[in-house]
Design a protein around this ligand. Sequence first.
Ligand code: UDP
Ligand code: MG
Length: 345
Amino acid sequence: MEKNPDRNPEEPLHETSEKKTAGKPVLYIVIPCYNEQEVLPLTAPLFRQEIESLTAAGKIDPDSRILFVNDGSRDGTWGIIQDLSRKDPCFQGLCLSRNRGHQNALLCGLMEARNRCDITISIDCDGQDDIRAMDSMVDEYLAGAEIVYGVRSSRETDTFFKRFTAQSFYKLLNWMGADTVYNHADYRLVSARVLKEFANFREVNIFLRGMFPLVGFKSTSVYYERNERLAGKSHYPLKKMLALAFDGITSLSVKPIRIITGVGVFISVISFLLILYALIAWISGRAVAGWASTLIAVALLGGIQLISLGVIGEYIGKIFLETKQRPRYIVSERTEGMSPEDDAH
Ligand code: UDP
Ligand code: MG
């Protein structure tokens, strides 16, 4: 397996780092956290255990780290991360200057990790995703895969509503042309080699699970059972999920605009037939003014036109945001082991 050519092996990653075990990949587990003070103390030791067991099994380098990205939490999350990192250098943290959302926080962690490691695994901090699945992910990497998607094998622990909305979400995304791996969220192993190429994807509207397949390279999936959240509550209510689906579709595909064109053509054909019918009726002297048909036609067309304008407006809005090229995240604080790099963005 090719190691990260950008990582300078001469330079120790951290002051505490011991001599590296030759040939083993350095793993960074990247974890975005937003208001997670309840669950973080429960899950942090679990991530630590996983690093230990992977190191003991000889699969990863002992310099591997757990990197938390505090996404502008309003509670004690950053304090907990700082404490963890003071006690154990395996824990590292970045603090964003404000809440930028899960996708941006994750992107920040991955971009900061990419020159310090050979592989990253991104995961949520709530313990819902089976941490043990990292074993198989690393195995797949060692067997040659550059991207390993964590896929939920069942959704039995979810409520019917969550299951239904989540499944409709994937179907809608794929139907609308945003290709994503079914039942894969953001639990994923990505090699530094892929991240190096990914860093050239400069868009500000990001939907990571739909973008990684675009980078290419050898990829595979690992299946796992998803659990209940260990503590705290979900930050993805239906409203946010719909917003994410909409962002995903409009960032990755122009199919909605094509659908509008299709609907436009269809309606034009019907209108043309209606005009013909009206002309014939008028010529043959049978034209009786009916307000109902007029009203229906006006209302229908008015509605479709407004929706169409809305969708087109959404794309123009995205172009507007992209042209500004604002930074996607701003790091305000770092734990000791995470000194800034010039090319982090
Ligand atoms: N998250 C984040 N910023 C946000 C919202 C969420 O970094 O604005 C993190 C959150 O801390 C968690 C992950 O994203 O680690 C997934 O969130 P959550 O568990 O609430 O979503 P769900 O699993 O219910 O879809
Ligand atoms: Mg969750």
